[in-house]
Design a protein around this ligand. Structure first.
Ligand code: SF4
Length: 259
């Protein structure tokens, strides 16, 4: 399975499971995924370490032109828009001009769709870079990944390409400002000969402890939705997600259950 890759800089508006009517922005290469993680469920397919070189970023100018052209066009057509979302073929914060792109995106949003939000879906791995953290602090929703409460499960699910630990990610997330939304996928199965299940009471308990420390404004939880690069993983039931969601609510954290 090769996974799905976006071939445009700006795509949509599309109806998002989590965000409403969303205009997507892909800052990453068209022909391969660029990411610091290799998540077993990634809809873009596997991350190939040999391809993690900077060869074909869209320039900030091209991004601005594409975004302004699309916003102008959908405004003329009186189309509804809830959110401009940075997602696409990997980890958006890896773009070398990410900070500049966020600044002009906020300005374009203010010009064309002042009531829409600007959101970034990120895997949390680059927050140690102060420039990226500052850029993320400016958007309406920084939707940051936390798929596990234990180092073992984090490594099995997210397969980070660096030695960044869950402990390090958590300590950075704890300092993050008031626009932080945690996104967590729940799944079970087997990877590399090891059983994996981040929905067990002990795994969920560890994850809830991290949420208590991080104090996000909201948590989004969801199951796998499409074909995954890893073959032996399966979808979690809505009942199980509801059960986990109730535990999040007991921490007085808003929760959105999708799927
Ligand atoms: S962080 Fe996102 S883009 Fe990167 S491998 Fe995981 S799911 Fe895919």
């Amino acid at each position: 399975m090769s996974g799905f890759l976006f071939d445009k800089i700006v795509f949509g508006p599309l109806q998002s499971r989590r965000l409403g009517t969303s205009l997507g922005v892909n800052l990453l290469p068209r022909s391969y995924k660029l990411c610091t993680f290799n998540c077993i469920y990634c809809e873009c397919g596997w991350t190939y370490p040999e391809k993690q070189v900077i060869t074909e970023f869209h320039s900030a100018e091209n991004v601005r032109d594409a975004l302004e052209a699309k916003l102008s066009s959908i405004q003329k057509n009186k189309e509804h828009l809830d959110v401009i979302t940075f997602a696409g073929n990997g980890e958006p914060t890896l773009h070398p001009e990410f900070s500049k792109i966020i600044d002009f995106t906020i300005a374009l949003r203010d010009k064309y769709y002042p009531s829409a939000k600007v959101s970034v879906l990120s895997n949390s791995s680059t927050l140690g870079n102060p420039e990226i953290a500052k850029a993320l602090s400016k958007v309406d929703s920084a939707i940051l990944k936390l798929d596990a409460g234990s180092e073992r499960t984090y490594k099995l699910i997210n397969k980070p390409l660096t030695d960044l630990s869950l402990k390090e990610i958590t300590s950075i997330l704890k300092k993050f400002p008031n626009n932080l939304i945690i996104q967590t996928i729940f799944l079970k199965g087997e990877i590399d000969g090891e059983k994996i299940n981040n929905t067990t009471d002990s795994e969920v308990g560890e994850w809830l402890k991290l949420l208590e420390e991080i104090k996000p404004v909201k948590v989004m939880i969801y199951p796998i939705d499409r074909e995954t690069p890893a073959k032996n993983i399966s979808k979690i039931s809505r009942e199980k997600l509801n059960e986990i969601g109730e535990k999040v609510k007991k921490l007085n954290i808003d929760v959105l259950i999708v799927g």
